[in-house]
Structure formats: C-alpha cells, structure tokens
Design a protein around this ligand. Structure first.
Ligand SMILES: [Zn+2]
Ligand SMILES: [Zn+2]
Ligand SMILES: [Zn+2]
Length: 671
C-alpha cells in the first residue's frame, strides 16, 4: 500500500489502531515532535497531532490548505476507508508527508451513535520540504473560490479578465492558477451572486443603503429647485404598462415591498441655452456584481469647451420603453431635445426612442460606429483605418467624403462596405453642414466626461450600485458647478470677453492668416483665399452679416481665418470678438454658472423606505433580445450549472475519477 520510499514513524494514540502498513519505523525515521519547545514546525506538529476530523474530505481540505499556506500543493497519495496518505506535489523527490487514519472502536458498534464517534487523525509524517522541492502553491477549485483576492476582484468588476485574475492571484497570494480554472471559479462566483440577486437576497447592507434613495432624491430636489430627481419601483412601472422584468414567481415579494425599477437625476435645463447647442445621448452598462442595469446619459458642452453631464438615469436596459421614459422625462424637465442637434449612440433602442418622440436632428456617434464595426466578426480595424473613418465623418463635401472612403476601400474593403451601408445623413457632417451647427461634435462626448476617477479619486461609476451611483453623480454635479462658478468669477474679474478656450480657437485661426489674400468688394464684403494653394478657393466674408462661407465659421461659431484676414486688412482685429457665438461669451458663462452652487443632502438625516428592495439583475435572456444574442449564447453554455449539463462530468484521464477535475488539476497521485 505504501509506495513511498521515504521512511516515516508511526506514532499512534493508544485508543486507535492504524493499518499495519502505516506502522513503518526505521532507524532514519524523523521524529517530528522531538524538540517542541524550539521549533515552530514542531509546535505545528503538536497542534496537528491533537486535531480530529469526522469526515475524510474535511481532513483532505485541511491538509491541502496547510500545504497551500506554505506555498506548496499536497496530493492524496492513498485514500482508503480508514487510511489516507498525503505527499508533496514536487516532481523532484521531496520528503514532505502526512499519514492519517480513521479511528476504529475496539468493540463492534452497537448503534449509529457509536459509529459516528469515529474520527480521522494524523499519525505521522514530516512537515519539511526538500531543498530541491519544486512544488508550487497551486490551489484546488475549492481553495480558489475561497480566495479573498479573487472575490474582491470579481466584486469590484464582474468583467475582470481571467488573465488579470491569474496575475492578481500570483502577485497578491503567490497562487499559481490556470486561466481556465480561474474562469470557472469566477463564473461560479458570479452565478451564485446572480442567483442571490435574482431572488432578491441582497446583503443587508446593500438593501439598507438603497432604502435611503427615495429620501435622498426628495431632499436633493428640495435643496436644488431646478433639479429633477425621481425613481420608480417595479409596482409603479407595472402600473404604467411597463412589462415586468420577470414573470411573477415564488421569488416575487408579496409583502408590499417592491424592487427599484429605474431612477433619474436631471440638472437645471435653463443653462443649456448658453452652451454649445448640441446634445449627446449615450448608454453605458453598469458592471457591479450586484447591479447590471444601464446608465443613460444626456451630455452637453459649455462655452469653455468642457463637457457637462446634464442628466442621467439608471434603467434595467436600454430598451424602447426605458429610453422613451428617459427622453420623455428630459423633455418634460425642459431640455430642448427637439431644438438642438443630438448625437446619439446606437446602443439599445436610443435611436428608436428619438424617432418615436419626434426628436428630429439626430446623428450617430462616430465612436459608436467604430465600436459597432469592431464588434463585426469579419472586420478588423487598424489605427489608420480608424483615422480615415473620423476623416470621412467630418468631410465638408461629398466629394471629399467619397475620396476618403475610396482610400479606405484600398486598405480595408470590409470597413468601407460597412460604412457605405450607413445613411451618410445619419452619421456624416457634409449632408447637414449648412443645416445643423454641430460645433465639431463627432461623438456623444460621454467619454470626455470627468466622472471623478482622477479628479476626485472616486471608483469607476460603472462599478457602483444604484444608490452609490446616484450619490456619485450628485457629487460630480456639485463639483462641476463649483468649478464653473470659480472660473466664471475669475474670468469676470479678468474682464475677459470670451472664454480662454474660445480665445485659443481663434488664435489657431489667426496663426493661419498670413497664408491668406484678401480682396475687398465693398466696405464690409471681402473675398478671401489661400494664396499658397494651387487651386484658389474663394470665401465670401460679410463683416456686416458676420458670415463666411467656410465650414469653420458655419460649424463652430468662431471668427474663422477668412474673417480674421479681412479684419486684419481693415486694421480692425479688435472687432474679432464680435464674431463669437453667444456661448463663448464670458457674460453668458457668468449668467449660467456664477453663484449656481448645488447642495447635497446629509445622509445621516435620511429616512429609510422599508418597502424598497434592490433592483433585480437583468437576466441574460432579456439581454439577448437586445442584440447580444451571440455573446450570451456562448457564455451560457460555459456557465450552465452542473445539474443542467447535457453531458455528465468528464472522467479524469489520470485517476479515472469523475469528480470534476482533469489530469491537469488532479489531486490524486498516480498509484
Ligand atoms: Zn515538497
Ligand atoms: Zn471662413
Ligand atoms: Zn484525477
């Protein structure tokens, strides 16, 4: 039975008898508890000898943990009904060894009670490894799942990659894991959390915190009259004919409580009239392990060229019902969605909701177009391809747009085909050049927003639970309001006419003026052209009407190089400030932002709404209907719980046991 050549000393308590084969004793035996006073290893040995386990698997788990704590892996060399032998996993000979037996009562058991008195205990062994031992801390699946590093990483970001987890486990706990093993552990962890969340079993802390949301929103609105802060529960959503996220099941509460469905925070809409008159509309999936809803956001940009978050909502998903709800709330609050051009992401039903609500001037975000292209399996984009896509978007004439596409077709035909299938008036500038002033917006500008990660040291917004996200959004709004107040005060005291960012835009144009020739037609009408280009393209500048036929003047509302050249010719550059749009004027910035502080509720004073339960997780089937079918299918097959698997568990090719491991993770030593 004993295949090991390493001599061991059996040391049995008198009450039990070990199998005879375990009682090997030779002259070279190691007496591990000889110097218990001096050696910590000996202390450990003494403790070990005093321990008892009623279940064999508990003993195995204990020995595996013991080995892992010292950076090694223990293998089960022999496992029988009353005898177990554990050895070190080292390939090089290593003497580390533990023998354990199960006690057997002397007399035959009279009842089940006496038979339950059987226990496992360690008889002999050696707790030191050879200097040549090459065993590493390779955890079992059970040990991996118990890892606090793994749990913390998955809780912080449910989409953390297996490769990153492998690296974190290696660095923080010196654990050696394969990617597939980590993937499985992560999936199991997420499944367990999801099952708990779907059943409405959130941790008490999460539930208690969320119950302050209604009071928080009420107080926020009371403190800031121009702010809209609302939430809806599933019960309220159902009354408005919103389909429940799940058919009523045993998990549905019947005690008058209801899960949070959606919540919205919208800031003062009156200040947008002094901004660049464009909106961005975007959607971002939340990635907290306990919340996977979607954040909908309305973005703007002030005259200092800083993006602003006007409003945000947390909804279960970017479905038509929820997107329409978001836009309806924004319109009701006073955001001129039907007046300003709007750049929207194509996520979920955002575009459909715009159409349904007759929001007329919608363009597709170029960043989204690129993302959608990258998600197309047959399409690979190089950085040079992407640069051409941006260029095709901002082309000022169809001819220029087509020549950029032709260039793209030579290096990436599939990408060009994709773009040609899109309606140019949906995503390109040239079809709307004369009709919509876009101020250079090519995207929703959601990506440009400061969400507090670097400026305030906040956690990523996507990794928050709903209540935390609402608080973070309020904090960001307060922070931004104060920053704008300070800038407004400073620029006012500096007697600036336009914002520094607008001034800089003009300086860029001014630097080009020496290239241009000007010919006056009347006192206020000039023709301006670039004398250094082979083809002369004349621009008509009307200083009285403050117009120029170029796209820069048309789209950005700043004095373009042609206007500046004409003014310079007339020695009237001081009049340049008259050619800025209203949004760039400091007096408008001051009117919008000076003394417009936001105040936040004090959390200690907030009453809890005991009927409010945390929102449900959006199930994967629901996501599948939103165009995630491919991904979901792949993931589902991998994560299917064992009792739903069509095939039984594979047998290990090393030990032939069907216990869910393979030869790479086999805990048994070859016999
Ligand atoms: Zn070893
Ligand atoms: Zn111009
Ligand atoms: Zn095996």
């Amino acid at each position: 039975m004993l295949s090991s050549a390493v001599p061991v000393r059996a040391d049995e308590p008198p009450a039990a008898s070990a199998p005879a084969s375990a009682s090997v004793s030779t002259s070279t035996a190691v007496h591990a508890d000889a110097d218990a006073d001096a050696d910590p290893l000996a202390d450990q040995w003494t403790t070990l000898k005093a321990m008892k386990w009623t279940q064999g698997k508990d003993l195995t788990a204990f020995v595996q943990d013991l080995a892992l704590r010292s950076g090694k892996r223990a293998l089960v060399a022999t496992s029988g009904g009353s005898y177990k032998k554990f050895v070190c996993s080292s390939e090089a000979p290593c003497p580390w060894l533990l023998n354990a037996v199960c006690s057997r009562p002397r007399k035959r058991p009279a009842s089940a009670a006496t038979s339950a008195a059987r226990f496992w205990y360690v008889t002999s062994g050696l707790l030191t490894h050879s200097v040549n031992c090459d065993s590493v801390a390779r955890p079992t699946a059970r040990q991996l799942k118990a890892s606090s590093v793994l749990r913390a990483a998955v809780h912080a970001d449910a989409r953390v990659s297996s490769a990153s987890l492998v690296a974190q486990l290696q660095t923080a706990e010196a654990l050696h894991c394969s990617k597939s093993m980590v993937y499985k552990a992560k999936s199991d962890l997420l499944d367990a959390l999801e099952a708990a969340r779907v059943a409405g079993r959130a941790s008490p802390a999460v539930r208690t915190a969320l119950q302050q949301l209604p009071a928080y929103l009420t107080q926020l609105q009371a403190l800031n009259p121009h702010v809209a802060a609302v939430y809806e529960t599933e019960t309220e959503g159902a009354e408005m004919n919103y389909p429940r996220p799940e058919p009523p099941s045993a998990a549905s509460p019947t005690d008058g409580t209801s899960c949070l469905l959606r919540t919205l925070l919208a800031l003062d809409p009156t200040t947008v009239w002094n901004d660049q008159s464009v909106f961005g509309l975007d959607a971002m999936e939340m990635q907290h392990v306990g919340y996977n809803g979607t954040l909908l956001a309305l973005v703007g940009r002030d005259g200092a060229l800083q993006p602003r978050l006007h409003a945000a909502a947390l909804v279960p998903e970017a479905s038509a019902a929820h997107c329409t709800w978001f836009l309806t709330k924004l319109l009701a609050h006073g955001f001129p969605l039907r007046r300003f051009p709007l750049v929207s992401s194509g996520r979920g039903a955002l575009l459909a909701a715009c159409t349904a609500l007759q929001v007329p001037n919608v363009s597709l975000c170029t960043r989204y177009v690129l993302e959608a292209m990258r998600e197309t399996a047959t399409l690979a984009l190089q950085p040079t391809d992407e640069a051409l896509v941006w260029q095709a978007q901002r082309a000022e004439a169809e001819s220029e747009h087509l020549s950029v596409l032709a260039q793209l077709a030579r290096q990436n035909p599939a990408a060009t085909e994709y773009l040609r299938a899109l309606d140019p008036s949906l995503w390109c500038l040239y079809p709307v050049l004369a009709r919509r002033k876009m101020y250079g917006w090519q995207t929703t500008r959601f990506e440009e927003l400061d969400l507090g990660e670097t400026s305030l040291g906040l956690a990523p917004l996507a990794s928050q639970l709903p209540y935390e996200a609402v608080k973070q959004l309020s904090l960001l709004a307060m922070h931004a309001a104060f920053q704008r107040h300070e800038r407004a005060s400073q620029w006012e005291s500096e007697r600036r006419v336009v914002t520094p960012a607008a001034e800089q835009l003009m300086q860029q144009q001014l630097a080009l003026v020496p290239l241009y020739s000007v010919c006056m037609s009347s006192t206020h009408l000039a023709f301006v052209w670039n004398a250094h280009k082979p083809q002369i393209r004349q621009r008509r500048v009307d200083l009285q009407q403050r117009t120029c036929t170029c796209a820069c003047r048309l789209q950005y509302g700043i004095p373009c190089r042609h206007i500046l050249a004409a003014l310079q010719k007339l020695d009237a550059l001081g009049r340049a400030v008259d050619f800025f749009d209203e949004c760039y004027l400091v007096r408008n910035y001051v009117a919008s932002f000076k003394n417009r502080a936001l105040d936040l509720p004090v959390e200690e004073s907030l009453a809890r709404d005991l009927t409010l339960r945390p929102p449900r997780l959006v199930t994967k089937q629901q996501r599948a209907t939103e165009g995630h079918a491919k991904k979901t299918k792949k993931r589902k097959a991998r994560n299917r719980p064992s009792n739903e698997r069509k095939r039984g568990l594979y047998k290990c090719h090393k030990c032939q046991r069907a216990e869910g491991h393979n030869k790479g993770t086999c805990p048994y030593q070859q016999e």
